[in-house]
Write a protein that binds this ligand. Structure first.
Ligand code: DC
Length: 224
């Protein structure tokens, strides 16, 4: 069997990368991996356990108890991320998780723990992995790398719709704060900041539909 390629997709919150990555994986028959969900899952467990999110010793102790696995849903055929034997996806968009995830994502021990898992998941190829540091840190040798952007207005709109679909109610102000604050934290942190890899193809998704973005991605590599 030939090795399937890996796709690394990075970009700020609301740039449309989750929808694009999921659809690209579906079209190519690859496994979609949302690394933001892993940071959110650690944040969810930390909040549940009452861990001080700025205390790396407490976070380290929690990490010792967290195991990730990819589980294929036999009905839908999709692959879902499980955390310590549980499908935590219903909790990942909760407001308290969204408001605290940047603190957890800035912790060096959390990042190195999750990056190891992410590299393991991609070891045999065939993944579409999205996040902030995939092209730079997690999979610097990925066959295909993209960095997606969009205007702040469009990102706010997309994020609002995404949260609405997840049954979460945010005011416009909360949404704007959440997005701009998290972006700033993600760009400024010392380890694995949000950054375009020099060899990633940048795509501005402000005025493009999901199929248009995917066509562009496949075109760029002559795979369309
Ligand atoms: O993509 P998202 O909004 O679900 O990501 C949640 C948070 O996790 C966000 O603040 C950035 C962080 N994150 C990260 O630091 N590195 C990644 N590879 C993915 C997400």
């Amino acid at each position: 069997m030939p090795r399937m390629p890996n796709f690394a997709i990075d970009g700020p919150a609301g740039s449309g990368k989750s929808t694009v990555a999921r659809e690209l994986a579906r079209r190519l028959g690859l496994i979609y991996i949302d690394t933001g969900a892993m940071y959110r899952a650690v944040t969810y467990f930390a909040l549940q356990a009452g861990v001080d999110l700025e205390n790396e010793v407490e976070l380290d102790a929690l990490l010792n108890e967290i195991r990730f696995s990819l589980v294929r849903n036999l009905k839908s055929g999709t692959v879902v991320l499980w955390c310590s034997g549980v499908d935590v996806s219903p909790h990942l968009r909760e407001k308290k998780v969204a408001c605290n995830v940047s603190k957890v994502a800035a912790a060096t021990s959390v990042r190195s723990y999750l990056v190891q898992y992410q590299q393991l998941f991609a070891r045999t190829g065939g993944v579409v992995m999205e996040g902030r540091d995939i092209g730079t840190v997690v999979l610097p040798d990925a066959e295909y790398k993209f960095f997606l952007t969009a205007s702040l207005g469009m990102r706010l709109e997309r994020r609002g719709k995404e949260l609405q679909a997840a049954g979460q109610s945010f005011t416009e102000e909360e949404l704007r704060w959440e997005l701009t604050y998290r972006d700033e934290m993600d760009r400024k942190r010392e380890v694995g900041p949000l950054k375009k890899a020099p060899d990633a193809v940048a795509i501005d998704c402000t005025y493009l539909t999901v199929p248009q973005v995917i066509d562009k991605m496949l075109e760029d590599y002559g795979g369309g």
